[in-house]
Design a binder for this molecule. Sequence first.
Ligand code: KG4
Ligand code: ZN
Length: 355
Amino acid sequence: MIPKGKRKTMRILAIESSCDESAAAVLDADRGLLAHELFSQIDLHRIYGGVVPELASRDHVQRLLPLVEAALARARTSAADIDGIAYTAGPGLIGALLCGAALARSLAYAWGVPSIGVHHLEGHLLAPLLEPDPPPFPHLALLVSGGHTMLIEARAIGAYTLLGETRDDAAGEAFDKSAKLLGLPYPGGPELAKLAVTGRAGQYDFPRPMVDRPGLEFSFSGLKTKVLHAVRAFPDAQDAAQLQRARADVAYELQEAVVDTLLIKALRALEQTGRDALVVAGGVGANLRLRERLNAEAARRGLRVYYPRLEFCTDNAAMIAVAGLARLQAGERDGPAIAARARWPLDTLRPLAAG
Ligand code: KG4
Ligand code: ZN
């Protein structure tokens, strides 16, 4: 253990519990990410076909403290070496958020260190800062998760302008709901992407919603209706091979439609803002077809695209640590009350630098 006074660098613990992942991480300002631990509740929610909020909270309460202990042990860090605690304060499931907030605030109180509630989406946006080649500011960000689809101009940490978002379903929801219609297990996004690999092009004609209109808004709810119609017209279930081919063809076309739409709007936003760096964050950022198409287009146009490593596209505590460390280093602190917010607009955050 190093006496706190002798150590100049800041080392923090971070906790994530906004939905169905419980996670803890330790991040050191000089030495980088020292540990990150995660428990996914997927198996708990699978039989219900989606996240059950009450079950999520009950599980977070049980998982979080052992994850904190595991992260500290892996980081070879004792409580006395922790200078601050960050946790996800919103947006998300309120009961789930309160589990992480209450634990983080209690530990901070017991250890005599400051705490900071972090915006979950700021965590997603800053996840690529953990990579060896981090994105420069200003940049454009495409945030594509299970709950959000947004194009954001990020001028500095905390200085975000929302340029466009979805009017209905998020990109991840389009994957998940289509996957459900195709009979794939929850969570459907990665499963649908797997099935799409064996699908054939040109078997279905799905639209690229709103691309022929000006602007940077998205709408994905119509695509699941297309999938529903396609599923209803599937061949007789007795011909198993033919049915499997049809399912793969629908998965292929759904993925192409979502990826095309994201690509067209992201390129339009880059053109409109004059930016040449794009950050892709959130769970759908793990989609390999999206990465392949974006990388090819970026190479053609001389643009740079930045992604978090695959495991940090979906929810994790490492990204919460990045955002929390930046804010704690800037002197931000929680107020006296424990506050978690189910809704929290991203553009109400305090910028850490003029931008
Ligand atoms: O960021 P995230 O973990 O949670 C939210 O904050 O929403 O994103 C989860 C979403 C889910 O909709 C999931 O199906 C989707 O990301 N997802 C994917 C892939 N991996 C995760 N969608 C398409 N392809 C993938 N490989
Ligand atoms: Zn998330």
